[in-house]
Design a protein around this ligand. Structure first.
Ligand code: FMN
Length: 237
């Protein structure tokens, strides 16, 4: 969860060492309110010991009136090439699903130097209290995530994987090892688990524990064999 962060200086001083102490590769998610803020955060992390940066382009682009940076292929290209120049580690670009053509944005990110793409962020959503008729979320709308978005995310992963040569990291509603396999078959090379960890903090370790048996049941020797293996090829989805 990168958006409500402490800012890059305090993140580096107070939080990053705690993640690094866990011993796993650390990928830091960055965002900004305006394109220059992405660059300032990337500069602030330049000499940090990281495995990768993930650039969350779902943030509003205040210079373009608050539209998400990620809805404009040009704005995405600008952010990605600027972060790419500033970063010594692989740059993953996390796309928003709220676009008419994810392929167009994915290609813009790839052409601008992205090393991988995460597909996708949460969907814009809202809920209303029937009595007060006020939005139930504090800021009106918010991000809709979890199992309800999984089929939409699978389709976006397939569309993205068909459009680019760089790896796609699938994300959206994953709660089980079976969900992981579905994303891999659709074309993802890796996955992320978000909402499930809020309701079930052990979700990721359970998924990892369940995967080996599932791979045996599916008749493959490793998860990599599943990647992009839809019967009928890319056109099947
Ligand atoms: C409470 C919450 C906070 C989130 N904060 C961020 C964030 O700061 N940056 C980001 O890129 N995505 C954020 N997301 C989106 C998730 O990382 C993920 O892309 C999305 O929820 C879809 O996956 P899921 O269904 O597994 O949660 C957040 C999601 C939730 C539920």
């Amino acid at each position: 969860v990168g958006i409500p962060s402490l800012g890059v200086e305090r993140f580096r001083a107070e939080l990053l060492p705690r993640y690094q102490a866990l011993g796993a590769p650390v990928i830091v998610s960055i965002g900004g309110l305006g394109i220059d803020e992405f660059f300032a955060v990337a500069d602030g992390l330049r000499d940090a010991d990281l495995a990768a940066l993930e650039v969350n382009v779902s943030c509003p682009n205040l210079e373009a009136g608050g539209l998400a940076v990620g809805t404009s292929p040009d704005a995405v290209a600008k952010v990605v090439s600027g972060v790419r120049q500033r970063s010594r580690v692989p740059v993953i670009v996390k796309l928003t699903p709220a676009v008419s053509s994810i392929a167009e944005v994915a290609i813009a990110a790839e052409d601008a130097g992205a090393d991988a793409l995460t597909v996708a962020n949460s969907f814009p959503g809202a809920a209303i209290d029937l009595v007060t008729r006020r939005p139930l979320l504090g800021r009106g709308g918010g991000g809709y995530s979890g199992p309800g978005i999984k089929p939409i995310a699978i389709k976006l992963v397939a569309d993205t994987a068909a459009a680019v040569a760089i790896p796609v990291i699938g994300c959206g509603g994953i709660t089980t090892a079976e969900d992981v396999a579905e994303f891999l078959i659709a074309g993802a090379s890796a996955v992320q688990v978000g909402t499930a960890t809020f309701t079930r903090p052990t979700a990721m370790t359970e998924i990892l524990a369940d995967l080996p048996d599932l791979l045996v049941r599916l008749g493959v020797r490793g998860a990599a064999e599943l990647v992009g293996s839809t019967a009928g090829g890319e056109a099947a989805l």
